[in-house]
Write a protein that binds this ligand. Structure first.
Ligand SMILES: Nc1nc2c(ncn2[C@@H]2O[C@H](COP(=O)(O)OP(=O)(O)OP(=O)(O)O)[C@@H](O)[C@H]2O)c(=O)[nH]1
Ligand SMILES: [Mg+2]
Length: 245
């Protein structure tokens, strides 16, 4: 491919990524990697130059997102695996907890116990109970007078007694800069020894999600991130709320 072709292509890719709210530095590195790979590359007979570029871009995008596929961690301490869902308010923790429990039942034939550890937001417990009854799955709650740490501890005893394979702890939404609430998560982690700790982030948070993930990871050593609301987009949010993230 000629240098001029590649330059034009790189410009288009750069613009598309920036418009999609990808971080400037990530875009810069990404585009220079594509350029490097594409310049001078022989165009395969079976592909047009355009298709060839798409192939390079697709491969690099896959690499950027983490080329390897990892499975859920089920092996640690059978029979009961503990998963914790954490994140900012309204990110989609409770919804994702339900979705994952349903997925695990279908894919792995495992029985989950959903744990209502959000004692702060009014109706949070009811929300999980409703979800549990829709999914026909048990929900563990001690109401909103017990501490989330105690609730997590007791839930695991219950799951062991009832032979649940997976315990899914639905925690309350919190700001990563709220020290007391972040410490509470550390305590829940200490008593429940989770095999997985998922940070749930709303895709519409945009680039600020990186700071949020860093803060949660510093305190909890996350094992994964679940991104929700990919059916929305950050541009729509900015249009509605110009001063927002
Ligand atoms: N469009 C869309 N809506 C979602 C998605 N995931 C969650 N929601 C909605 O987002 C809202 C908040 O979801 P929850 O699951 O209650 O979020 P949460 O993190 O548990 O919220 P708190 O417990 O209040 O911190 C609800 O109205 C959900 O239906 C998604 O992937 N797409
Ligand atoms: Mg919730």
């Amino acid at each position: 491919m000629s240098e001029a072709d590649v330059k034009q292509m790189a410009r288009e890719v750069r613009l598309a990524l920036l418009e999609a709210d990808v971080n400037f530095k990530v875009v810069k590195d990404f585009v220079s990697r594509i350029k490097e790979r594409a310049v001078g590359q022989e165009v395969l007979k079976s592909l047009t130059p355009g298709q060839q570029v798409i192939k390079v871009v697709q491969e690099e995008l896959t690499k950027l997102m983490g080329g390897e596929q990892t499975k859920l961690n089920f092996s640690a301490k059978p029979p009961t695996v503990v998963m914790m869902f954490v994140g900012l308010q309204g990110a989609g923790k409770t919804t994702s907890a339900g979705k994952l429990a349903n997925y695990i039942r279908k894919q792995n034939n495992k029985k989950s116990l959903l744990v209502a550890a959000d004692v702060y937001r009014p109706a949070a417990i009811k929300q999980l109970q409703t979800l549990g009854s829709q999914l026909k799955m048990p929900v563990f709650s001690l109401g909103d007078k017990e501490s989330p740490v105690k609730i997590a501890e007791k839930a695991i005893d219950q799951a062991k007694a009832d032979h649940n394979d997976v315990v899914i702890i639905d925690t309350a939404g919190r700001l990563h800069i709220d020290d007391d609430l972040m410490e509470e998560l550390e305590q829940i982690k200490a008593v429940s020894h989770p095999d997985e700790i998922f940070l749930v982030v709303d895709a519409m948070t945009g680039q600020d999600a990186v700071n949020v993930a860093k803060s949660f990871n510093d305190r909890l050593e996350l094992t994964g991130v679940i991104m929700t609301k990919l059916d929305g987009d950050t541009r729509a949010r900015r249009a509605r709320c110009p001063s927002g993230p």
